[in-house]
Design a protein around this ligand. Sequence first.
Ligand code: ADP
Length: 192
Amino acid sequence: MKNLVVFGPPGCGKGTQSANIVKRYELVHLSTGDIIRKEINANSAMGDLLNKFVSHGVLVPDNIILKEVYRFGLDHLNSKGIVFDGFPRNLYQAQMLDRIFHKKSMRIGLVISIDVPEDVLMSRIIERGKTSGRSDDTIEVMKNRLMVYQSQTQPVIDYYKKCNRLVLIDGTKPVDKVFEEIELIINERLYR
Ligand code: ADP
């Protein structure tokens, strides 16, 4: 399987690029944010609980997320590979992912980190908030999401850097240019 992580701060474009990758390489898309939003929109008791975290821009507890990831992984063991979007988001999640995968003789072969400066992220999210309907696409919540990203998610970059799985790309270019770069990296690293 060709498993990869698309990594980066909120608003960097990882959802869009993950969808592009999945289509081009016939992989499956695991977006923890999408799974969470589906639950929230279903108005279930679990959805109400999840919304308390998401609407404040803080991370959902690891045990809830890991259960979903584990289930998704088991359901897609026969796929060509999984694109992880929005996961892992802290060191514990990254370590658990490696541990779960190791047991199944699978691995994350590549981590693509999409780099975008904070002022650009902020204006993208404010723009997206006009139509996304997401309770977390506001200036106040976005400030929190960026803080959480820096303190909890950024350390994951070093984790992947140490084992040579990380590639950084410039996410300020137009969507199709960013994807061209991603394609080059994936072809070189995973399909050589
Ligand atoms: P973005 O990266 O633009 O913030 P996501 O859809 O990836 O959007 O995530 C939205 C929210 O969902 C996060 O702010 C967080 O509250 C929650 N979330 C998503 N993925 C995870 C995860 N792996 N661990 C904990 N919380 C998560």
